[in-house]
Write a protein that binds this ligand. Sequence first.
Ligand SMILES: Cc1cc2nc3c(=O)[nH]c(=O)nc-3n(C[C@H](O)[C@H](O)[C@H](O)COP(=O)(O)OP(=O)(O)OC[C@H]3O[C@@H](n4cnc5c(N)ncnc54)[C@H](O)[C@@H]3O)c2cc1C
Length: 816
Amino acid sequence: MSDTSLPSRAKVVIIGGGVGGTSVAFHLAELGERDVVLLDRSDLTSGSTFHSAGLVGQLRADPTLTKMNMHSVDLYRRLQESETPPSWRECGSIKLASSPERMEEIRRQIGWARTFGLDLHEISPSEAQELFPLIDLDGVVGACYMPSDGQVDPSQLAQAMASGARKAGVKFFTHTRVLEIRTAAGRVTSVLTDKGEIECDVVVNCGGMYAPSIARMVGVRVPIIPMSHQYLITENFLDPQAKHLPSLRDPDNLIYFRQEVSGLLMGGYERNSKPWTADHTHFDDIPADFNGRLLSEEWDRFEEIAINSQKRVPAMEQVGVKNFINGPEGFTPDNEFCLGETEVGGFFVAAGFCAHGIAGAGGIGKVVAEWVITGEPQMDLWHMDIRRFGAAYKSPSFTLKRTQENYESYYDLHYPGEERKSARPLKTSPAYPWHLARGAVFGEKSGWERVNYYKDHETDDELKPYGWAGHYWSSAVAVEHHATRTHAGLFDESSFAKISVSGERAGDFLNHVCANDVVRGVGRATYTQALTTRGGIECDFTVTQTSENAFFIVTGTAFGTHDLGWLKKQRRELGFGEVVLEDVTGAYACFGLWGPNARKILEKLTPQDVSNEGFPFMTSREISIGDIPARATRITYVGELGWEFYVSTEFGAALWKLLFEAGEALGLMACGYKAIESLRLEKGYRAWGGEINTETNPWEAGLGFAISKSKAEFIGREQLLAHKEKISRFLVAITFDDIRCVPLGNEPIRVNNQIIGRMKSGGQGYTIEKAIGYAYLPIEQATNGNKVEVEFFGAWEKGNVAVTPLFDAMNERIKS
Ligand SMILES: Cc1cc2nc3c(=O)[nH]c(=O)nc-3n(C[C@H](O)[C@H](O)[C@H](O)COP(=O)(O)OP(=O)(O)OC[C@H]3O[C@@H](n4cnc5c(N)ncnc54)[C@H](O)[C@@H]3O)c2cc1C
């Protein structure tokens, strides 16, 4: 399929004609954007798409991805009725639990599925065998069945979407290789191919495993590793008249099956993964002639999977192998897609589908097309957003280690709080050696080592949560929580992402992009959101005015690249080119000192007035602490009196030691991030990516207080005001009297047997002695004292709704 003459201009150029590119083309056309050209260096589907196994499963750990996959199924059903049906077969899917722990996961997933209206239900081992008679039930504990899952022919699917797009006016040029992408003033301007140049406003890189090399043409890093991925197809041996088998996954045995003609297709995730073309010192260049090709068979690496498949389906021992496929596929370091606009304006990426690109393609095309047309995503795509990757992913070595770790543990059970093991330690605070010497247990975020808690603080397991929430739990967290509430806690928050904003119009710029008024005078700190044009929460951070034309933004460890990327985009698009934006994360260590004794400790170390009147809440200034010059900001994320101290990194180790030693006699304890989480949940402070995101607006999130009433203009204001008139849901805390009954997120919530929401987050509140979760409930249910039920692994527990903060509702402690 190829049109004849390459146009000299198109609004959108899509690079890559696999399921990704054809779906983006299809959805752009559906949304009315027809000035679109799709280019492929070879034939359509000649990358990873043609050798895919074609299983389509919908339920994923991420609610957005689940909704996207549900859209895929709706689309494939629809295409099946078109003139170019993609052989969509709604054969259903079974997931087996070959361990009690897997059965817990299944029960948890059944709960999530309910919140999406997806029909996923538990079935007994013998019911699983009735549906898939070839299985041996040895070791099978239970199973679940999703009737609306299915399988599709991947090449036919791409052709069907291409055909739909083409009918609507999208032009396709195969055997047209992109050689260069040109930019001006930070935006794409044209694509140079071996057949000519096309001027354009937008380029969508749908290059699959080739996407990193395409992105390098504009200096953008897309951290995708081509990994070898294998499956086999048996000879035909099934009764062709019998009912088509559902797909079958047995993750404990690392295997999956689906029916292929009258045989079986069987594949899995090898424990000894194998990257292709990338290594620790080389990026991921795919050979120029690698299209429509496969890699050579690697039976050795497949052996464990083959043996497991024979245990679960004994017929596999007898039946011959017709085909063995080893095909490369682009995997990312966290097994999520790479979607969205990059730091180069108009240069989008939709790649890195990690062996679920066929299931995802319909949804991916939809969300990316919406993003291209409106300039921002219409769903919360944070987990898939290209801006989640920090600078470390520029390293092929770091990317490779993370990707392999992820690939090899793909089918493992991942308990909440599980930490990555590869490529550690990488980024450390100046106080890291101190933490290490005191028995700190570290977690990892965006490459930073962060103290989770200190092992020495552990006591007994009396409060240990039931089930999964107890897996990585430590009693030290409660001890650190109480020390902060009763005396003082010292927290190392050096990993916080920090952005410096300066220039004559820096204040105007920030007041245009932030919903709160952040230009309130030198020394004032302001909590604010930055909104999407639809009034959703794009960023959530604190802005401190440090001089007339200089501001200091502090945001979450994982959000630096995203927030800076978003600010840079606004700077480019709003004409604030002279404003200087700089990531200064590594330049400053940050320590939080909080608790009723925080002032007494600080007073011992500084000549400055740190009284409530002399140093009010939400102000910031340069002070000296012992011999050390520091910026102190009176702010809190734990709901206690205290300060954050920012010091040039070289002073960090000395400052930490000084603060700790000064505080010891006043009951100060060094504390970790798990205690922060518990303290902030009690106080009701929101976390972006947890309770708030682009799909939530400040009114329903209870953040109306951070919206400026005086500013006549800021991004998203109009929509925000419209939202205020029709708030239909509200973020509430739901508490459980049994503190060991801890929600993890995504659990369904019901009233009178009607599902009314799903949990966003959860944890333990050690001061209020309750377990806590947060959820958006319909406004009529969001009332103090309302009773709801929440499903934990198949059992319904009673919870109490609270709209007002669970701790220090009047802010007396933080303002004392
Ligand atoms: C063995 C195997 C089994 C799989 N099984 C499943 C499954 O059961 N279910 C599932 O959901 N997913 C599965 N997948 C994953 C799925 O196949 C992929 O995620 C999907 O096909 C990727 O599509 P894509 O469009 O991103 O990339 P591709 O199909 O690789 O398309 C990229 C295109 O970009 C083109 N291109 C590259 N560079 C240039 C250039 N410079 N100029 C122009 N064009 C260029 C290439 O020619 C190629 O056609 C499997 C993958 C493998 C390898």
